[in-house]
Write a protein that binds this ligand. Sequence first.
Ligand code: GLY
Ligand code: MN
Ligand code: MN
Length: 351
Amino acid sequence: MTQLEQLRAAMGQAGVDALWVSDPANVRAVSGFSSGKDGKVLVTPEGAVLYTDGRYTVQAGEESRIEQHIARPPETYQDAAERVRGARVGFEAEHLTVAGLEALREHWGEADLVPTRGLVERLRLLKTPEEVEAIREAQALADRVFAGVRPMIRAGVRELDVALELETGLRRAGAEVGFNVIVASGPRGAMPHGVASERVIEEGDLVTVDFGARVRGYHSDMTRTVAVGRPSDEMRRVYGAVLEAEEAAVAAVKPGVRAADLDALARGILERHGLAEAFAHSLGHGVGLNIHEGPGLRAASEDVLAPGMVITVEPGAYLPGVGGVRIEDLVLVTQDGYEVLSHTPREALPG
Ligand code: GLY
Ligand code: MN
Ligand code: MN
């Protein structure tokens, strides 16, 4: 089945004849058009149309796998109205703004508008070989850039300068910077999303570095925590516990495993080390056109791992006022297990 056929099958199960796709990553996934934030897609039983405006005529022609209609609202809605007359039309309840819904109501008086959730996202859970290739390339590039920058993570250097080197390295290699680079040293390591600051790295710090590249729209995501000099005994113990949890969770990745059970496995190990409270986020997430997408590796998740999913495994422990550790790998679920896509070694702390 083609991707559009799969989407129509999902639409059928959701009880809609047509679907108005407004989320930028979903627009890209369905059409191939890379400026999804300036596009919308209408999927009907007969076809699929990308709506975007005159700034993108050439780009849409080059990239889109589906019919293109170049127009601005309200003409966009008027054209679509012809195609949805009398239909039950799904919209993306998690993405369409209230104003966007009002516009659909105004222009499509005869259509029955139905909220839907996750129809395109569910298709995006399983990556095609081309998508895996883009993610693999992004991660390989990030690994190379990290190897070049690693020697400058030492006492006397600002976190911001480490981040800048990583960003320039990615850009020079032809990738985009996937998300704000996290460089959290010493006590700042207690902030799971501590983006790089002006703090100067000190002897004895652990430094958490979390960054990713974007290649052809697809992300990589990896975290390493590295030691500058000899960290305290307490932080060495925390590092050992997080490493144990991370390695155990990665080793347990295979099709059929419940994402919630993987989260529980890592959480159980950290709990045995007295770090249950310190592990303040979920174990991981899917990666693709968005840095964070399904499946969710968390207690409440109903997702089950399947071949073709690309996930992160990223336990961490954060001690306010003291410091933190996170180790994150990017993992492809294969037919019989897993392949770790991130190749930067997880470092052993100096003795
Ligand atoms: N940088 C956020 C994450 O690793 O999920
Ligand atoms: Mn990350
Ligand atoms: Mn992540």
